[in-house]
Design a protein around this ligand. Structure first.
Ligand code: FMN
Length: 167
């Protein structure tokens, strides 16, 4: 029997994944990111199949990651993680600039631009293996972990979501 608690013993960070849908810049929160090779320098990300961001990456084969800092505002996670990009202009509410043609969050610790080289489709998710094209540190600080999110932060994100939904 799988004890699902085990999944929370595997440390993961939290990121804004950004892409372009063909009509606009979009993005979502993801935790499923890991380095998988250094030759080529590659990482794997996993996206839910219903995600607008996943569907954009399917077409364009390119994306950015913004590495979130520990002190990120709950509004950022609510904006990118609780709304769908086809119902909200997520980047309009977020300080950002372009990195290799796609948006990155100004307060991120680091920016990564990557291009997809393989794709594995599962029932619920698609795993993209992507080669890092460029990456840079933006700020010093500690990365936000998924474990951090599960505590107090999650309650604040839910409150932020309810407030943003009403605006
Ligand atoms: C803490 C947290 C972690 C998440 N991790 C992932 C993930 O690893 N992969 C994924 O596709 N979605 C993940 N999501 C869900 C997406 O961010 C969410 O479904 C989003 O609304 C998708 O937006 P989009 O349809 O504009 O792409 C996560 C959400 C939160 C709040």
């Amino acid at each position: 029997m799988i004890d699902w608690e085990i999944l929370y013993k595997i440390p993961l960070g939290l990121y804004i994944l950004s892409a372009n849908s063909g009509k606009k810049d979009i993005g979502s929160i993801i935790d499923a990111v890991m380095m998988v090779a250094n030759q080529p320098c590659a990482l794997a990300i996993s996206c839910g199949n219903q995600s607008n961001t996943k569907q954009a990456i399917d077409k364009t084969l390119t994306f950015n990651l913004s590495v979130l800092p520990k002190n990120v505002s709950p509004d950022i996670i609510a904006n990118f993680g609780f709304f769908a990009s086809n119902e909200r202009e997520k980047w309009k509410y977020t300080s950002h600039h372009k990195y290799h043609g796609l948006p990155v969050f100004d307060e991120a610790l680091a920016f990564i631009n990557a291009k997809v080289i393989h794709k594995y489709e599962l029932c619920s998710n698609t795993v993209f293996i992507a080669e890092i094209v460029d990456a840079e540190i933006n700020k010093q600080g500690e990365s936000l972990l998924y474990q951090d999110y599960r505590g107090e932060l999650k309650n604040n994100v839910i409150k932020a979501y309810q407030r943003l939904k009403g605006e």
